[in-house]
Design a binder for this molecule. Sequence first.
Ligand code: NAD
Ligand code: MG
Length: 395
Amino acid sequence: QSTTAPRRVAVFGATGSIGASALDVIARHPDRYRATVLAAGTQVQALVALCALHRPAHAVIASEALYADLRDGLRAAGLDTQAHAGAAALDQLAASDACDTLVAAIVGAAGLSSTLAAAGAGKRILLANKESLVLAGELLMQRATAAGAEIIPIDSEHSAIFQCLRSRDASLDQAGVRRILLTASGGPFRGRSRAELAEVTPAQAVAHPKWSMGPKISVDSATLMNKGLEVIEAHHLFNIPGERIDVLVHPQSLVHSLVEFVDGSTLAQMGLPDMRTTLAVGLGWPHRIESGVGGLDLLSQGRLDFEAPDTDAFPCLGLAWQAMAAGGTAPAVLNAANEVAVSAFLQGRIAFLAIPGLVANALSTLPSASADTLEGLLAADQHARQITQAAIDHA
Ligand code: NAD
Ligand code: MG
């Protein structure tokens, strides 16, 4: 492979948890991968520090007001990285010749636009931003197919399924798939009753027992909304109906998901809970590359447990199933209400158990409409944000 030019990788969400893992793997293979575009939301200093390490051609800060800070910071560091700011710059660079691969690791619906831009331009997309699939899964998958973009999931469960299926082009029926089983760690509050969740704090919620992740997805893991979003994500990525998706709680987080075939065979993908493996799969596919992650020591691990999710204590999982079944704008509403509620919880403004209540409120206030345009989906997203913010402000 050393005879070919390195792949040019844009890392959006470079200052986050997935961004750090992506850059770690990229830096292990300077002959194969170059980080050519780095982007972040508001953390200028962290972005400049990453530019000093990885020397990209372009750096983007999403917040327009921070353009001068980024430009001056790059200059002060003696870098010739070109500074950009704003969401339009993200879209333009994602679709440009500056990259052939996008690591889509912005958190939340804010990641949709640049992911769609990369899909329309036929890029390889390492898709961590699951919210874009929940919000606009059909549109995104259609756009990727039409433009020949490859979407490789950067979610441990979906990467596991992707690896078990091996050929992403075959339909599930051609591949002989009966169902897929998504595993869930159960999060930091596994085993607690609903009553025992009333007083939990943001600090407890983000202290995940197995994975080190950004604050939003950590809270989603604690409510099990993350698994709900992942069911919808799997539905779109693998074009599989909800009836053929099951969720299993597996506290050790070593089996990342399973695929059951029509002949009764079940394949599982296993590994340590470290997203660098998933990112290496996405960067190298169909080849395997070093990720810095060691193998499993099953003897010291001892055992693997599986149990059913507790849908009474964690109603978010059921709300996600409900939104997926309703279809149309309902998943967009679910996602938007959840983003607003999680942000309020992290700021200490609402209790943990208010999160599912606010999501349920948005879903019942905004009945699902059909959603075949991006405008319609974004309008539903905005409306759900307003309703949820108002419910928080007036509580
Ligand atoms: P994080 O909070 O650590 O990082 C988020 C990144 O997004 C930061 O770089 C931030 O600057 C950037 N960002 C935020 N708002 C932005 C905006 N408006 N415009 C541009 N950039 C913006 O989050 P994370 O844990 O790295 O998660 C990122 C995405 O990956 C999420 O969608 C999450 O669900 C998904 N994911 C994460 C993990 C994990 O292990 N962390 C696993 C699976 C999926
Ligand atoms: Mg996951």
